[in-house]
Design a protein around this ligand. Structure first.
Ligand SMILES: Nc1ncnc2c1ncn2[C@@H]1O[C@H](COP(=O)(O)OP(=O)(O)OP(=O)(O)O)[C@@H](O)[C@H]1O
Ligand SMILES: O=C(O)c1ccc[n+]([C@@H]2O[C@H](COP(=O)([O-])O)[C@@H](O)[C@H]2O)c1
Length: 188
């Protein structure tokens, strides 16, 4: 069985927190690959500031130097909210010889009881959690814990910094930094 990690996210924009959690999960969970899946419409928060195509392109830029990281755009081709249960069902159908591990931050671990059809979802996928500053660790569901240094970086903080014309260099991969500058994203 192939072991694939899934890092779903809004990626508005992708940042080094995402890269560190993906790499630590790959190593500690002995994953063959990590697939980054940008959501079309995030299920639990407001629509992204930047359109789906730019977010997809930024994620492609972010992963391109790592041969075990891939981008999958299946959620961008689906109407309505990007519920994880729909994504996992599709992935399992398309990849029968594969075990999927869904990687989430501490905020999402805390929120798991509210996920759409969570009791079905936990039977279809294993969750991998990484701690995140400011969030409790909820053990209501089985979550494999992966250790990373606590990282304060968030996409919302990056959007705020850009709106205030502050630097975001070294908070995002260099290729993402260049993409944001070139396309003048998140400017007020
Ligand atoms: N610094 C971090 N530490 C741990 N997990 C993180 C971190 N940043 C993001 N994640 C996790 O990565 C996944 C995708 O996150 P997302 O793309 O929504 O970024 P975000 O930084 O949480 O965005 P926003 O600030 O806009 O809410 C989620 O499971 C989230 O919990
Ligand atoms: O399916 C759900 O109900 C659900 C609720 C919250 C989050 N998720 C997924 O968790 C991932 C991280 O979410 P977000 O909004 O923090 O980017 C992303 O792939 C979402 O689709 C999924």
């Amino acid at each position: 069985m192939k072991r694939i990690g899934i890092l779903g996210g809004t990626f508005d924009p992708p940042h080094l927190g995402h890269m560190i959690m993906a790499e630590a999960s790959r190593e500690q969970m002995k994953l063959d690959e990590v697939w980054f899946i940008p959501s079309h419409l995030p299920p639990h928060k407001q629509a992204a500031e930047v359109g789906a195509l730019d977010r997809l392109k930024m994620v492609k830029q972010a992963v391109k130097s790592n041969q075990r990281f891939y981008v999958n755009d299946l959620e961008l081709n689906r109407e309505g909210k990007s519920y994880t249960i729909d994504t996992i069902q599709q992935l399992r159908l398309e990849n029968p010889e594969t075990e999927f591990y869904f990687i989430i931050g501490g905020d999402m671990v805390e929120y798991l009881p509210n996920w759409h059809r969570i009791d079905e979802l936990v039977k279809l996928v294993q969750f991998v959690g990484v701690k995140r500053p400011g969030f409790e660790w909820d053990h209501q569901y089985d979550v494999h814990e992966v250790d990373i240094p606590l990282i304060e970086i968030s996409s919302s903080e990056i959007r705020l910094r850009l709106a205030e014309q502050k630097t975001i260099r070294y908070l995002v991969p260099e290729t993402v930094y260049e993409y944001i500058k070139e396309h003048r994203l998140y400017e007020a």
